[in-house]
Ligand binder design. Structure first.
Ligand code: FES
Length: 101
């Protein structure tokens, strides 16, 4: 189980959506922290083999925490704080390529 060392009591919460499902998260937590606390085992799958990946370094180095946030792919979940109404999607394989203009 993942839990903060300073506890959760008295903390303000925000509502986010993960794959369309509402989650309560502690204001100030990163997306990675919120998802780990919610019991989400892995956040993405590798593009080539489909192997699951979970946040490892929690400091922006390993890139194993990539998710989609508000439609933006390849967001490092450990580097972004949760915000009210945030739409989070797990990332499956490679992100879609943007159409060229
Ligand atoms: S957990 Fe390593 S970059 Fe986010």
């Amino acid at each position: 189980m993942f839990r903060p060392i300073d506890g959760d009591s008295g903390s303000r919460t925000v509502r986010v959506r993960l794959e369309g499902r509402e989650l309560q998260a502690r204001a100030g937590d990163t997306v990675a922290m919120a998802l780990l606390k919610a019991g989400i085992g892995h956040l993405r799958e590798t593009p080539v083999s489909g192997e699951p990946r979970a946040p490892m370094c929690l400091m922006g180095v390993c890139f194993d925490c990539l998710v989609q946030v508000n439609g933006q792919p390849n967001v490092q979940a450990c580097m972004v704080r949760v915000a009210e109404g945030m739409d989070i999607r797990l990332q499956h394989g490679a992100r879609p390529l943007a159409a060229s203009a």
